[in-house]
Design a protein around this ligand. Structure first.
Ligand code: AMP
Length: 184
């Protein structure tokens, strides 16, 4: 099964994506994790993307595609994936549709709908707990703005293709997991 998790920062798509991947027996591919690993490993790519991550801006498409697309294609051939954080814009979705065969594209897209006040509260809690460089109050505001302008239009993009399933993400995590299982 090939799935895309769509949701704002703090919507729980990481947690739910991992659970779903485990349930489906496919890899959980999180573009943010792949990018942060490059930064930690101090690779050339990591050096190029670090500033975008710190500021909560989207990394340029070419860099993201070079890193993420091969992983997605390999997983698609091996039986599926749960994608988290990619595509992040309609432009990325269209480009991925052009570069990858239909047989590698998503069969379902889960949109985790969460009110903004709750997103901010969760991100600030995560900031206190994990210390990610982009979990500071001002960067959190920017990331939510980037979500609204760049990523939310994907909801309509996938709805128009009949792939979208919307799930309320403001419930306890176990209930969200059950709600996702129910719409698959
Ligand atoms: P995430 O862990 O999904 O919240 O992503 C963390 C950061 O990685 C984002 O704020 C972006 O800077 C970058 N990022 C992750 N995925 C993408 C993507 N598909 N396109 C561009 N930038 C991305």
């Amino acid at each position: 099964m090939r799935m895309v998790m769509l949701g704002a920062p703090g919507s729980g798509k990481g947690t739910q994506g991992q659970r779903l991947a485990e349930r489906l027996g496919v890899p959980h591919i999180a573009s943010g994790d792949l990018l942060r690993a490059q930064v930690r490993a101090r690779t050339e790519l990591g050096r190029l993307v670090a500033g975008y991550l710190d500021k909560g801006r989207l990394v340029p498409d070419e860099l993201v595609f070079d890193l993420v697309l091969p992983v997605v294609l390999t997983a698609a051939e091996a039986g599926g994936y749960v994608l988290d954080g990619f595509p992040r814009s309609v432009a990325q979705a269209v480009k991925a549709e052009e570069l990858a065969p239909d047989s590698a594209g998503p069969e379902r897209v889960i949109f985790l709908a969460v009110p903004e006040e709750l997103l901010v509260r969760r991100l600030l809690e995560r900031a206190a707990a994990a210390g990610r460089s982009d979990d500071t109050p001002s960067v959190i505001t920017d990331r939510l703005r980037v979500f609204e302008s760049e990523t939310r239009p994907l909801v309509d993009h996938y709805r128009a293709r009949g792939l979208l399933r919307e799930v309320a993400g403001d419930l306890p995590a176990d209930e969200v997991t059950e709600a996702i299982a129910a719409v698959l």
